[in-house]
Design a protein around this ligand. Sequence first.
Ligand code: 3HC
Length: 325
Amino acid sequence: MTQTQPNLPKHISAGETPEQHAAFEARIAAGEKIEPGDWMPAEYRRQLIRMISQHAHSEVVGMLPEGEWISKAPTLKRKTILMAKVQDEAGHGQYLYHAAETLGITREEMIEALLTRKAKYSSIFNYPTTTWADVGMVGWLVDGAAIKNQTMLAGCSYGPYSRAMVRICSEETFHHKQGKEMIVLYAQGTPEQKQMAQDALNRWWWPAVQMLGPHDSDSPNTGELSRWGIKLKTNDEVRQEFINEHVPELMEAGLTVPDPDMHQDEAGNWIHGPIDWTEFWAVIKGERGLGKQRIATRQAAQDEGAWVRDALEAYMARPKGEAAD
Ligand code: 3HC
């Protein structure tokens, strides 16, 4: 939280005036994009660094649960599709780290925050991919939820983030379709394949519902993010969109959504049962699930890649005019 001033709202930081904020918010209301060199409230910058860097961490850590299946894919076709998807996620991470860097934070600072667990990444990636059907379910549900969230963010007020989302959403659509195609095939296949798909749904449904964040009443950041046009919809609104799209499709595929309270209201919305937020926070804190293993894997990758960074730095620091070897 940035330094606040007495008698002024907490989103106005020390040295900022209500007039500056009014002009800034008028730009957003007029649909203008805020660009890196523009004046922006310190709290706007802090919120974006928090959100975009955690989004980037999520993309890169998100490669781990699916990446482990590349060598075990059942066919060459599935292997190449999965390789393409995992490579896309790596690219999404790079777009987003670069978008965060435009706000003045360095890559080293972001990676340090991840590896020391000061920064979060999406809870969903702390779940294991137990069978091959989990890979399909991740594509259908996790990328499906991500698309709802990221389509909303494509309209956000910060230019670099908004533009990164446009590119990422086009690739997510392929991720989502390939996952759905796989699961529908298995759900309509042999009894063993259908059971494998149902077991995967039982494992991934609730973590996917949770990944869109706590209920709005428990979301400390949504207020500021909505005020400044970063979040155009709340967590619960995006969650409802995700549920309304996916419940009928899962049922049509012959699968059972593992929520006995799920029902449709008069307005046609699918209403879920109570969400286990204790599980959600335990997984984020690494008390349950694979959080510790995910960070250890990222730490190992960071250590093993040190020689590449050192070589690049040495090359960039070489005396001008010295020919490359
Ligand atoms: N996992 C981990 N932490 C979460 C979380 C989740 N699923 N949902 C919320 N949190 C954290 C928030 O980061 C915040 O903690 P912080 O203040 O220390 O950062 C706290 O819980 C309270 O939540 P809020 O609702 O107040 O936080 P936000 O307003 O930031 O909303 C969010 C949470 C909806 C995840 C929002 O940050 C967001 O839209 N982020 C950008 C999208 C993103 O990060 N998606 C992650 C998945 S990426 C992905 O799926 C890739 C795809 O290719 C598979």
